[in-house]
Design a protein around this ligand. Structure first.
Ligand SMILES: *[C@@H]1O[C@H](CO)[C@@H](O)[C@H](O)[C@H]1NC(C)=O
Length: 226
């Protein structure tokens, strides 16, 4: 997992100041002409992503249609363009590049997706790395993730982690039960002013991107992936 570790470390070096847009924006409200989110447009995907994935596209810097609060997106900015631009979710964004089932989905303009992107600190505070499994440590010992079989194991676990955070629907309506790419059933509801992804009551901090093929929701904890 050298690449993943590199991405994670690179991400940790960045500050985590997410720019959140309100969870519920009035999509019928037209944006002021020329309205945009200048800070977000100026952010570049981190160097690590580009090293790992030289084909990654930079978000266009001269369009209005990636302003997430300006109504239904009409442009061709897609999830794979924007996921790497939020420092507070860089670790998860890096993982998605390593998992072909996820990266190809985010890169597909014809399939909508709601990405539940955990904050960096939600991932770094897990008792184990997302690609580590206590059962495998118990069975195989400290070498569980060494060598090529170990790498395969880690890759499989990371895939399970990433896919649990990919909801293959957008817009995603309140209460709508959907199977994540990982196979678990998830839905969301409002409670005490909070938006919670169920069944784990994972709080949504906000929506950071709304683009042609879906939305990026930042979540404060990881979604159950075991
Ligand atoms: C996909 O997302 C776009 C943009 O939000 C929306 O207009 C469209 O209806 C969605 N398509 C489906 C099949 O949900």
């Amino acid at each position: 997992m050298k690449r993943t570790a590199f991405v994670a470390l690179a991400a940790l070096a960045l500050t985590s100041s997410a720019q959140l847009i309100p969870f519920f924006t009035d999509r019928k409200q037209p944006a002021a002409p020329g309205a945009r989110t200048p800070d977000r447009l100026n952010q570049k995907p981190m160097a690590g992503n580009q090293l790992n994935n030289p084909g990654i596209q930079l978000p266009p810097s001269n369009t209005d249609n990636d302003n997430p609060s300006s109504g239904p997106p009409t442009g061709d900015v897609i999830l794979s363009d924007v996921l790497g631009t939020q420092p507070s979710i860089q670790i998860f964004a890096g993982f998605t590049l390593d998992i072909p089932s996820v990266s190809s989905r985010l890169n597909n303009g014809n399939q909508n997706t709601t990405v539940l992107a955990p904050l960096n600190r939600a991932i770094t505070s897990l008792p184990r790395k997302p690609w580590e499994d206590a059962r495998e440590y118990a069975a195989l010992g400290a070498e569980a993730y060494s060598g090529s079989e170990g790498e395969d194991r880690a890759q499989r676990n990371l895939r399970r982690f990433a896919e649990a955070h990919i909801v293959p629907v957008s817009p995603w309506k309140e209460g709508e039960k959907v199977q994540s790419l990982g196979g678990g059933t998830v839905w969301w509801e409002k409670r005490d002013g909070k938006t919670l992804v169920m069944p784990g009551s994972v709080e949504v901090e906000g929506v950071v991107s709304r683009v042609a093929n879906g939305e990026v929701w930042v979540v404060k904890e990881v979604v159950n992936y075991t």
